[in-house]
Design a protein around this ligand. Structure first.
Ligand SMILES: Cc1cc2nc3c(=O)[nH]c(=O)nc-3n(C[C@H](O)[C@H](O)[C@H](O)COP(=O)(O)OP(=O)(O)OC[C@H]3O[C@@H](n4cnc5c(N)ncnc54)[C@H](O)[C@@H]3O)c2cc1C
Length: 402
């Protein structure tokens, strides 16, 4: 009889198994419902796998997690991105830090990460059972019974890392866990607006975006898509507002500042331009270096004719232009998935987990890691980092009590 069952062969399950050592490894079985493990790692980061983020201070790092911030502080004090880098690099996976601090394998291929994990799990002699769906887990006095379609197997300890499927949440409910309702995070906003029509592909280096109704603000690059708006600023808002936006049925308004200056400053600036370029056509100046099509669209919206010179720009037109530039309001109706990349907010209530060991407080000898927990982050490698850190903690704890 083997001692440990890992349910789910994804990032969290494999990293736990990869750190168990041989002694525990050979007493461990990974159950994975699909014919191949680590499928999300394979497609992650557009096939490149954004494995972690170059942020090495746990207090700064937790700021990227809309849910789990408080609990992850102690977790990252034990294992943080620097440790992740060392772990993979010492296993012949050189990593690189990109300009925006995201970290990828130098190979730009997620297979490098998968192969390193597989190799380590094989070295630890962990048994991997593919196409084995765990249907139920029963808690007995001193052990668990793990039910698959064909077998019922006893284990002393269960490490539960099945990601965010609804079925896996039901398994935990049966073990008396409280589940915070799962809702999507990391999505783009659907907006039908004449101001954005046919401008798909236009991007802005930096914008400030707010959802006044929920007092949410974010900044970053912004992109006009076929459906509305995307880009890091929008994704951050979708993560921080995941719960409120779900409650609002994804209908709300956003306010965009395209120039990171307030309206008064913008009015003064446009009045200065009026003096400086009196004889020039407003449409030819484009003072904020926007893509031409967008500048022309703004002028159209503000009823500024194509043949108007700056000297003829009136007070109302300046007001209207400054409003559009610094506090344009757009109505969002619905959401879309970002490049198929999404995470789920919600999952196991964090009060029910001891973050020193990742053991359940409700069901002793059950350990939890990865997306099944009510923890999620914005894009940038943070979601995997939570999986690596939690998995490492479980493995080291089990080794220490073995
Ligand atoms: C397209 C995409 C790209 C992403 N890119 C990045 C990125 O570059 N960087 C980043 O940090 N994050 C990224 N993420 C998020 C990241 O992939 C997840 O946060 C992470 O995979 C969660 O790991 P996990 O082990 O908890 O769950 P998963 O990776 O979902 O693994 C869970 C595994 O458990 C199995 N399973 C489920 N239920 C059962 C059961 N009952 N019995 C047996 N097996 C079961 C599933 O088949 C699955 O293989 C991306 C997400 C997506 C969708």
């Amino acid at each position: 009889m083997k001692k440990i069952a890992i349910i789910g062969g994804g990032a969290a399950g494999f990293f736990t198994a990869a750190n168990l050592g041989k002694e525990l490894g050979k007493q461990t079985v990974i159950f994975e419902q699909s014919p191949a493990p680590l499928q999300k790692v394979r497609v992650s980061g557009g096939g490149r796998c954004n494995v972690t983020h170059a942020c090495f201070d746990p207090r700064e790092l937790v700021e990227f997690y809309p849910r789990g911030k408080k609990e992850l502080l102690s977790v990252f004090h034990q294992f943080q991105p620097g440790d992740t880098m060392e772990w993979f690099e010492s296993r012949n996976v050189p990593l690189k830090v990109e300009e925006d601090n995201r970290i990828f394998p130098v190979s730009d291929n997620s297979m490098s990460i998968i192969e390193a994990l597989m190799k380590e799990v094989e070295k630890n002699q962990v048994e991997i059972r593919l196409s084995e769906n765990v249907l139920k887990i029963e808690k007995k006095e001193n052990h668990f019974l793990v039910h698959t379609k064909s077998e019922v197997l006893p284990f002393e300890k269960v490490i539960f890392t099945p990601g965010s499927s609804v079925k896996s949440m039901d398994i935990l409910r049966n073990l008396r866990h409280k589940i915070v309702k799962p809702v999507p995070s990391l999505f783009t906003f659907n907006i039908k607006d004449e101001r954005l029509k046919d401008l798909m592909g236009i991007s802005f280096e930096w914008s400030e975006i707010a959802i006044p109704q929920f007092k949410l603000e974010a900044e970053g690059p912004l992109l006009i898509t076929h459906w509305g708006l995307s880009g890091p600023g929008i994704l951050r808002l979708s993560a921080w507002g995941a719960l409120e936006l779900n409650k609002a049925n994804y209908e709300f308004s956003i306010r965009i500042n395209f120039i990171q200056q307030d309206k008064e400053y913008c009015i003064d600036f446009l009045n200065e331009l009026k003096l400086e370029h009196a004889k020039k056509l407003v449409q030819n100046i484009n003072p904020f270096s926007f893509p031409k099509r967008f500048w022309h669209r703004l002028l159209e919206v503000c009823k500024i004719p194509v043949d108007l010179t700056f000297s003829h720009l009136n007070k109302q037109q300046i007001q209207a232009l400054a409003t559009e530039l610094t506090e344009g309001i757009y109505q969002v109706k619905g959401k879309s998935t970002f490049k198929d990349e999404f995470v789920t907010a919600g999952g196991v209530d964090l009060k029910e987990v001891d973050f020193k060991t990742m053991e359940s407080k409700v069901c002793p000898n059950l350990f939890l890691a990865g997306e099944i927990l009510n923890i999620d982050a914005i894009t940038g490698g943070f979601n995997f980092q939570a999986c690596w850190s939690e998995g490492h903690i479980i493995a080291k704890h089990l080794e220490s009590i073995n």
